[in-house]
Ligand binder design. Structure first.
Ligand SMILES: NC(=O)c1ccc[n+]([C@@H]2O[C@H](COP(=O)([O-])OP(=O)(O)OC[C@H]3O[C@@H](n4cnc5c(N)ncnc54)[C@H](OP(=O)(O)O)[C@@H]3O)[C@@H](O)[C@H]2O)c1
Length: 231
């Protein structure tokens, strides 16, 4: 018999790490991914019966195949995918190179596209895909200098999520995007050096975890702002 899992990308630190721990603590089976095997091993050791991991680089198609192989070989069904992995480049627009733009769009948009395309056979009716966007990519929100490549890639991710909801609706698969405000992580520090965020990763993890489990009962194809204010 197949086993339900919740797949979380970007689970080696920050929000993804905390969300994996939260869901494992609620007795769900979690498959965690990121590049850092050492951090994933530490995560697994905190809930060894509930968390498994695949170390992979989402920018590398060959590496993504390791996730597909795991899911197929273990005969699992993906109850929820929390696509949380992301990267941020903080540079004034005039200094951003084509390579910077490619990196942002590859990491924050195309990695989600490639992963979902490859994993589609492993979802079921009632599966929920949650993409982690940003208030920087939320239309009408405050914008900040240095974050144009990051924020536009997150905006694209949110629109893509709406498109996927329309496309996957007939299969019973829901897709929603959470546009997060400030959470105290390494990424937040690189975007806003010296600023203190009002939310800790553990606090955000509970919200994301519960939303991944239940949010699709009430909504589909939505982009939700999850923020206490600027930034
Ligand atoms: N913190 C905030 O204030 C905030 C606000 C809005 C939105 N967000 C979004 O929330 C998500 C999590 O952010 P965070 O603050 O927790 O960031 P973080 O601490 O920098 O963590 C990013 C995660 O993404 C993984 N990752 C990065 N590049 C990867 C790659 N090429 N392949 C596989 N995994 C990769 C990292 O793991 P490895 O380095 O081990 O690969 C890490 O686990 C991101 O999508 C971010 O844009 C955060």
């Amino acid at each position: 018999m197949s086993k339900n899992i919740i797949l979380i990308t970007g689970a080696s630190r920050g929000i993804g790490y905390a969300t994996a721990r939260y869901l494992a603590g609620q007795k769900h089976q979690v498959l965690a991914t990121a590049r850092s095997e050492e951090s994933l091993e530490k995560l697994k050791s905190s809930h060894s019966r509930r968390i498994d991991y695949v170390a992979c680089d989402l920018l590398d198609a060959g590496s993504i195949q390791k996730i597909i192989d795991y899911v197929r070989d273990q005969n699992v069904v993906i109850q929820a995918l929390i696509h949380n992995a992301g990267g941020l480049i903080n540079k004034p627009f005039r200094e951003l190179t084509d390579q910077d733009w490619n990196t942002m769009w590859n990491m924050n948009v195309l990695s989600a596209v490639r992963l979902l395309r490859a994993l589609l056979p492993f979802f079921t009716k009632q599966s929920h895909i949650v993409t982690i966007g940003s208030m920087g990519g939320f239309q009408g929100s405050s914008k900040f200098a240095g974050l144009s490549a990051y924020s536009t890639s997150k905006g694209a991710l949110s629109i893509w999520s709406e498109c996927m909801a329309a496309e996957l609706k007939d299969q019973g698969i829901s897709v929603n995007c959470l546009s997060l405000g400030a959470v105290q992580t390494e990424m937040f520090q690189s975007a806003f050096p010296g600023v203190k965020a009002p939310v800790k990763p553990d606090e955000m993890a509970g919200f994301i975890g519960e939303f991944a489990l239940n949010g699709h009962t009430f909504m589909n194809g939505k982009v939700l702002p999850v923020t206490l204010g600027d930034p």
